[in-house]
Design a protein around this ligand. Sequence first.
Ligand code: PMP
Length: 295
Amino acid sequence: MYYNEQTILYLNGKFMRAVDAGIDLYSQTLHYGYGAFEGIRAYHTVHGTKIFKAWEHFERLRHSCLSVGIPFKYDTEELVQVTYRLLRENNLKDAYIRPLVYCSPNMSLTAPREVYLMIAVWEWGKYLGDNLLRLCISPYQRPNPQSVKVDAKITGHYVNSILATSDAKVRGFDEALMLDMNGHVAEAPGANFFFEKDGALYTPPPGHILPGITRATIISICRELDIPVYEKFFKPEEVFEADNAFLCGTAAEVVGVESIDAHTFRKDWKDSLGRVIQEAYKAQVLEKSFTHVII
Ligand code: PMP
């Protein structure tokens, strides 16, 4: 699904066939989840293939690594150029891009001597699909910010996400909505959360979430479209009284929520601010003007 005999990936400065690439089984990342990664998308825009917010994503990769003590010696502009070449090598115009920084063999709990960088690309539809999502409040909390660096995209953090999504699916829901250690709504296992109430949007502030690049894009879209948007802590009970809600992330893009546990919303998705944001986001990634988006 992610690669075939022809797929080319970028590994430690070289372009090579994915089937020829390997990993040292003694890698510290494999044993302890001590690595960092990114999720980026390229779009076939009216101006050709464009990687959306490439600079921001590679800078976040740098931040993720440095915040947990993984050396990061790569130049952001070079990584952007390498990724454009990788898309061309694989003949991809619309693609998901997965950079991964992983560590050399090291069985102790200390920073590694060496790190490696892999970039893979593949075609990937909207991660959570196109349909409205039935969410459940997860029994799994987001990690305590005094235990891990929650604003870093660290491989090992995703065990928490896998537990939450798997639990949601086993219980017949599409995805989980996770709370933080204080019982406030935090985010989905791989996407941020917004809700609409009385003409304004609300989303949790940084602290217990991965503050997404899509989330930041949406906040700036709101400023441009004069949609009031607030960052604040809130409990599930407040969301149950919301007019509407949506998730957002690079892989998921913008996707509406149908229900949370047994609670549905007053407004239809088609009349919601989320729908407006979804259109505006699509226009922005495709480098089309979104001033035509009517609220
Ligand atoms: N939260 C989590 C836990 C995520 O994994 C992601 C996906 N990277 C997001 C939020 C959304 O972040 P972004 O918009 O930068 O993709």
